[in-house]
Design a protein. Structure first.
Length: 570
C-alpha cells in the first residue's frame, strides 16, 4: 500500500486552529444576538413609553392628552373636500405658582406687560394664590411664547395641545358651529356629530357636508353687501337642491368667527336661518294657490275673484292690498300683484282644516328638520283658536312664523314634483342616500305652479329678482315685524323665495333681510321688491354658473298657462 500524500495529511496544529476559530465565531454570534435583542428591547421600551406619554401623559390641570399620531378630532370638509374644520397642535401657556422661584413682583410686572388682561397687582395675586395650575393663554401666538419663555421662570409651563381651527374663519360658521374649551362640540355640526368626530376609530374619516364653499362664499358676500346697503340688523340665506334636499349654502348675519366664538356677541352666535322664526309674508301665497289647485277649488289660472280695495274680516278688521285692483281679478293677477285680498279668499275656500293638513305635511307645524341642534318650531295659532280669519291671514303669510329654512323646504316641496324631504347638511352619497320623501302636492300642481311664479318675476312684484337667462321664478314677502307683541308700522322683515331654472326646477333659495331701511335708490321704499328681490337676483347670477346652470334665452316655463289671464293695465 502506498503511503498518503503529505498534502492530504491532517496536521494536529491546523485542526486546533480551526476549532478555536469556530468557537470564537460562535461566541461572537451569540454576543451579537444578545446585543440585538437588548437593542430591540430598549427600542420597544422607548416606543411604549412615548406612546403611553402621548396617550395618557398630561400636565397637572391640563386638558387630557391625545397622541400626536392620531388627530384629536375628525376633520369637517365641504362637498368638494375643502377643509372647513381641523385639529392642530397649538401652544398653551400656564402658570404654576408653587414652582415660581424668581422675583414674584418682577414676574407679575412682566405678565402684565405681555398679558394685559390683568394688571401687575392682579397677576401678583395669582402668583401668590394656592392654585396649582392657571391657564394664561390657549392658542398662544409664537411671539408671546418666545417672550414668556425668555423670562426663564420655571413656574411658567409651556405645552402643546390639540386645538380646533376653522381655516376659512367665518365661512358657513353657523353650519359648522364650534367646540368648547374641552374640545367637544358646543354648537352646529360640531355638536350634532360630536360622538362621530371624537370617535378614535373614525378620526381619519372626515365629516363631509353638503355645503359648497364656493357657493357659500358668493351667497355670504352678496348678503353682507345687502345688509350694509340697506342698513339691516341681520340677514339670512338658504340654498337647497330640491331633488336631494341637500343644503348647498346657509348663512346668517351678523357673521360669526368660530375660532373666537366665546368672544363673539350673542347676536352673532344666533342662527337666523334655522333658529329665527319670522312672519315671511307673501312668500306663503304660492302654497295657498297650490293647495286650492290640489283640492279643486281653483281649476285654472284664469279663475276670477272679486278684489275690492278692502275686504272686511270678523271683529271689525279688514284686509287691504299694496296694489289694490278694485275689480275682479284672475288667480294669475292675484299672484302677480301679490294680492292679500284675493289670496285670503282662496284660502277661505280651502278651509282651515285642509290648510292645516297641508301645512303639517310640509313641516310648517313643527320644528324644522335638519341635523343642526339649533332648530326652531313654527309659531302658529292654537288649533282651538284657528278661525276663518286665521285661515285667511295665514293664506298670505301672516299669523304664522317660520324659519327661512322652513320656507326654502316648502318651495323645494312645491317645485320638485310635490314631495317633502327633510333638509340635510350631509353630502348625499352611498352612505347617505336621498330620503324617499312624502307626497304633499300632485305632480300636475307642481308643474302648473312653475309659470305662476315665473310670472311674478317677469311682470309682477319680483321684477328686480330677474337674472337674465337663468329663468328665475319667485315671490316677494314683506311683513311687519312684531315688536313687544305688536306689529310695527315702520319696521319690516323682507324676503324673497324662489326657484331656478323655472323650466326645469333644480334649486330653491330664500334670502331674508331683518329691518332693512329705505334708501334714495329705493325711492324711500323698504319693501321686498326693492331690497330682497335684487339681492336674490345677484346671488343667482353669481352661483348659477358654479352649479352648472347656463343662461339660455330660448328656454322658459310654459307661460301660455298664465299670460292669457293677465289684463294689461292702461
Amino acid at each position: 500500500m502506498n503511503a498518503p500524500t503529505p498534502a492530504l495529511v491532517a496536521r494536529p496544529e491546523r485542526l486546533r486552529l480551526v476549532g478555536q476559530r469556530r468557537q470564537l465565531l460562535a461566541v461572537m454570534h451569540q454576543r451579537l444576538m444578545v446585543g440585538m435583542l437588548v437593542f430591540m428591547a430598549v427600542i420597544g421600551l422607548i416606543v411604549t413609553r412615548l406612546t403611553w406619554l402621548g396617550l395618557f401623559g398630561t400636565h397637572a390641570g391640563a386638558q387630557g392628552g391625545v397622541s400626536a399620531l392620531i388627530p384629536a378630532r375628525g376633520d369637517i370638509v365641504d362637498r368638494d373636500g375643502q377643509p372647513l374644520a381641523r385639529t392642530i397642535d397649538s401652544w398653551t401657556v400656564a402658570l404654576q405658582p408653587s414652582k415660581v422661584i424668581g422675583d414674584k413682583r418682577a414676574l407679575a410686572e412682566n405678565l402684565a406687560r405681555l398679558l394685559p388682561e390683568k394688571d401687575a397687582a392682579g397677576w401678583l395675586a395669582e402668583i401668590n394664590s394656592k392654585k396649582s395650575y392657571i391657564y394664561l393663554r390657549r392658542r398662544a401666538a409664537p411671539s408671546l411664547i418666545q417672550a414668556l419663555n425668555g423670562l426663564g421662570e420655571p413656574g411658567i409651563a409651556l405645552s402643546r395641545e390639540p386645538d380646533r381651527l376653522y381655516p376659512q374663519t367665518d365661512l358657513a360658521a353657523h353650519v359648522l358651529g364650534y367646540t368648547n374649551i374641552d374640545g367637544h362640540g358646543a354648537a352646529g355640526m360640531e355638536r350634532a356629530f360630536d360622538a362621530q368626530l371624537s370617535d378614535p376609530e373614525r378620526r381619519g374619516e372626515p365629516l363631509t357636508l353638503s355645503i359648497s364653499s364656493r357657493v357659500q362664499q358668493a351667497m355670504e358676500h352678496e348678503l353682507i353687501e345687502a345688509k350694509t346697503k340697506f342698513n339691516a340688523i341681520g340677514a339670512a340665506g338658504v340654498l337647497l337642491d330640491i331633488r336631494t334636499g341637500e343644503v348647498l349654502a346657509m348663512t346668517s348675519l351678523p357673521q360669526l368667527n368660530p375660532n373666537i366664538a366665546g368672544n363673539m356677541d350673542p347676536e352673532a352666535r344666533f342662527n337666523r336661518a334655522t333658529l329665527g322664526t319670522f312672519e315671511l309674508g307673501s312668500t306663503f301665497k304660492p302654497f295657498t294657490v297650490a293647495m286650492a289647485l290640489d283640492t279643486g277649488d281653483v281649476k285654472s289660472m284664469g279663475q276670477m275673484y272679486n278684489c275690492p280695495k278692502a275686504l272686511p274680516l270678523p271683529g271689525g278688521r279688514q284686509i287691504t292690498d299694496t296694489h289694490p285692483f278694485g275689480r275682479a281679478c284672475s288667480v294669475a293677477e292675484i299672484m302677480m300683484e301679490s294680492s292679500n285680498i284675493g289670496t285670503a279668499q282662496i284660502a277661505a275656500e280651502v278651509g282651515g282644516e285642509r290648510q292645516r293638513e297641508f301645512l303639517k305635511k310640509m313641516g310648517f307645524m313643527g320644528k324644522v328638520e335638519v341635523e343642526l341642534p339649533e332648530r326652531s318650531r313654527s309659531q302658529t295659532v292654537p288649533v282651538s283658536n284657528w278661525s276663518t280669519a286665521t285661515t285667511m291671514t295665514v293664506g298670505f303669510g301672516h299669523s304664522i312664523a317660520v324659519t327661512p329654512l322652513h320656507l326654502a323646504m316648502g318651495y323645494a316641496t312645491l317645485y320638485n314634483g310635490g314631495l317633502y324631504r327633510p333638509a340635510t347638511l350631509l353630502k348625499v352619497g352611498k352612505n347617505h342616500p336621498v330620503a324617499p320623501g312624502r307626497r304633499v302636492f300632485t305632480e300636475e300642481t307642481s308643474y302648473k305652479m312653475r309659470s305662476l311664479l315665473r310670472l311674478v318675476v317677469l311682470k309682477g312684484t319680483g321684477k328686480q329678482a330677474d337674472a337674465i337667462g337663468y329663468r328665475i321664478g319667485g315671490k316677494t314677502g314683506t311683513a311687519e315685524k312684531v315688536i313687544n307683541g305688536r306689529y310695527s308700522k315702520t319696521v319690516n322683515i323682507t324676503s324673497f323665495a324662489g326657484v331656478f331654472p323655472m323650466d326645469e326646477p333644480r334649486y330653491a333659495m330664500v334670502v331674508m333681510l331683518d329691518e332693512p331701511k329705505a334708501t334714495a335708490e329705493t325711492y324711500g321704499f323698504r319693501t321686498a321688491g326693492w331690497n330682497a328681490a335684487p339681492t336674490f337676483g345677484k346671488v343667482v347670477a353669481r352661483i348659477a354658473p358654479m352649479l352648472g346652470v347656463r343662461p339660455d334665452l330660448k328656454r322658459d316655463a310654459n307661460m301660455s298657462e298664465v299670460l292669457p289671464f293677465v289684463r294689461e293695465e292702461k
